[in-house]
Design a protein around this ligand. Structure first.
Ligand code: 5GP
Length: 118
């Protein structure tokens, strides 16, 4: 079982924000913003690329509920989904990062030198 499945099962504790039958939101253990929440489906899909679109319908509604609960719908937030090796995805269980609570910098988000050629 991956670490998020162990959180879903209750084996590992989390600081829960919101939960329903299919999805769970909890605070990231090493926050990169004043508010940093992870949103996951309880069922494991390895990453965004292999997740069925119908799962994303429920997940996007759930993310909006989390944003409202945290007041982020008023102030704004960033959604991040690392997908696969080049993104630096560490936990192979679909998750969205909700980042907020401050004005978020937009530069240096991809780790690339601005002079790099793509
Ligand atoms: P990724 O790099 O895969 O997109 O993000 C994985 C995230 O999971 C990281 O931000 C990391 O801090 C978070 N994380 C890893 N293990 C745990 C844990 O046991 N509990 C919580 N709450 N977050 C975790």
């Amino acid at each position: 079982m991956n670490i998020f499945e162990r959180i879903v099962s209750g084996e590992i504790p989390c600081n829960k924000v919101l939960e329903n039958d299919d999805f769970l939101a909890f605070h990231d253990i090493s926050p990169r913003a004043p508010i940093h929440i992870l949103v996951i489906p309880k069922k494991c899909y390895e990453n965004f690329q292999v997740t069925p679109p119908e799962v994303m319908v429920g997940l996007s509604s759930f993310i909006k509920e989390v944003a409202v609960k945290m007041g982020l719908d008023k102030t704004g937030y960033r959604l991040v989904c690392n997908c696969g090796e080049n993104s630096g995805q560490e936990v192979m269980h679909l998750h969205f990062h909700i980042l907020g609570g401050t004005k978020l910098p937009w530069d240096n988000t991809n780790g690339a030198n601005t002079h790099d050629k793509f």
